[in-house]
Design a protein around this ligand. Structure first.
Ligand code: HEC
Length: 262
């Protein structure tokens, strides 16, 4: 049994060491500002998305953010799937048909324009990267499908960024034509403040404060980055349960096998 104990002990120390390094790497990447943490329903191992907030978040994305940002990983049909905002299929069809796309050419070689359908991806605001940059102070508005995964402490950062524009610029900052946002690394950001109180009129009557819209669109973008999160958490529990049973069986059989070995 000693050999098993040793393996366990050594690996345990290695594991602790790895965990401690990964923590310090994360800390080193963070900005000078500590992210605000409003608390989201999807946090923790039992967390689920707040569907009403996801619906409002989609409204903020489509009415405000989509003017400059695309979300190329999402299709319209995702909006009605389980684990997301769960709009009705009829509603999503109606949303999609409000956009059009060039799809192939006719017999004269002319482009054919058609309305979008459930299987189409979200529309792109600009034809290409250069056009997007030219319209935005030379900075490219990144695709938002995976932005929450692409930033340290993603959703808290996103919430803090949207909610954190400040009019008063510290004297030691020279931001030129850009806007000041202390949560953005360096403070000078090429995205003008996108949200103001009542930028949207929520369909469900919720009052659209900057804080509320930042919260809702952060929920929506966190779901978009991992539309199957709820499924993953459920599966995680099944796997953990299996592992616990497996561990107990292993322990009992190892004990039995080595009972007479001294
Ligand atoms: C008028 C155009 C415009 C609108 C509207 C807009 N953005 Fe942006 N956004 C930009 C530009 C330009 C950048 C790049 C900023 C930079 O690199 O300095 C950006 C950057 C970002 C970033 C990346 C920040 C980082 O850490 O690199 C996020 C996240 C973001 N926008 C979210 C949003 C959300 C959410 C909305 C809607 C509430 C929105 N944006 C509306 C133009 C826009």
């Amino acid at each position: 049994m000693n050999i098993f104990k040793n393996i366990f002990k050594n690996n345990f120390v290695l594991l602790l060491f790895l965990i401690s390094i990964s923590g310090s790497v994360n800390a080193a990447e963070g900005t000078t500002f500590k992210n605000q943490k409003p608390g989201f329903s999807f946090e923790g191992p039992f967390g689920k998305f707040d569907k009403e907030s996801l619906k409002r978040g989609y409204q903020v994305y489509s009415e405000v953010c989509s003017a400059c940002h695309g979300m190329k990983q999402l299709s319209f049909r995702n909006l009605s799937q389980p684990g997301g905002p769960e709009f009705s299929v009829e509603k999503v069809k109606a949303i999609a048909s409000g956009y059009s796309i060039i799809d192939g050419t006719n017999e004269y070689g002319e482009p054919i324009e058609r309305s979008m359908v459930l299987t189409d991806r979200f529309p792109q605001p600009y034809g290409n990267k250069d056009e997007a940059k030219a319209a935005n102070n030379g900075a490219y508005p990144p695709d938002l499908s995976l932005i929450v995964k692409a930033r340290v402490d993603g959703y808290n950062y996103l919430y803090s960024l949207l909610n954190g524009y400040e009019e008063e610029i510290p004297e030691d900052k020279d931001i030129g034509d850009l806007s000041y946002n202390p949560w953005f690394p360096g403070g000078a950001i090429a995205m003008y403040q996108p949200l103001y109180d009542e930028s949207v009129e929520y369909e469900d009557g919720t009052i659209a404060t900057i804080d509320q819209m930042s919260y809702d669109v952060t929920n929506f973008l966190t779901w978009a980055a991992e539309p199957t999160m709820e499924e993953r958490k459920k599966l995680g529990f099944v796997v953990m349960g299996f592992l616990v049973v497996f561990l107990i069986l292993m322990y009992l059989s190892v004990n039995k096998l080595f009972r007479d070995v001294h």
